[in-house]
Design a protein around this ligand. Structure first.
Ligand SMILES: [Zn+2]
Length: 136
């Protein structure tokens, strides 16, 4: 037995987990969650759970948290409708937001992107006014 610690790749090839893996019919959706859309990171289903809308792929860390400070700061909630729209279009119109900081009411469009770590990022865009007026 010439065992020098090395194994010929051909000898273990059949054991290697390449090919033959088909997870398509075995996607694990966490129990108790409704699918509300597709994950913008990996394309898996996003499901409604207690604290957030989570990507159903356990390797993916995408989530839309319901207890979301960004939305709380404009007195909005990450509702199912909003999450669904964000997943579908990547943006959603928000009306009658109230800034917690300034108390101002405004309409805006929230855009969702994802960062390198698969986390959802939000940015607000404001409708352009037809009249030119400078405000601070
Ligand atoms: Zn995902």
């Amino acid at each position: 037995m010439a065992d020098n610690g090395w194994v010929d790749a051909a000898d273990i090839e059949e054991e290697l987990p390449f090919g033959g893996f088909d997870n398509s019919e075995d996607v694990e959706v966490p129990a108790g969650g409704d699918v509300i859309g597709k994950c913008p990171v990996c394309g898996a289903d996003v499901v409604d759970r207690d604290q957030a809308y989570f990507c159903s792929d356990y390797d993916c860390s995408f989530a839309l948290w319901k207890n979301n400070r960004f939305f709380q700061s404009i007195t909005k909630e990450m509702t199912k409708e909003l999450a669904t729209e964000l997943l579908e279009k990547g943006e959603a119109k928000l009306e009658k937001c109230v800034s917690v900081r300034t108390g101002k009411t405004f309409n805006c469009v929230v855009k969702m992107t994802t960062d390198d770590e698969e986390r959802a990022q939000f940015a607000l865009e404001f409708p352009k006014r037809k009249k030119k007026s400078k405000e601070d």
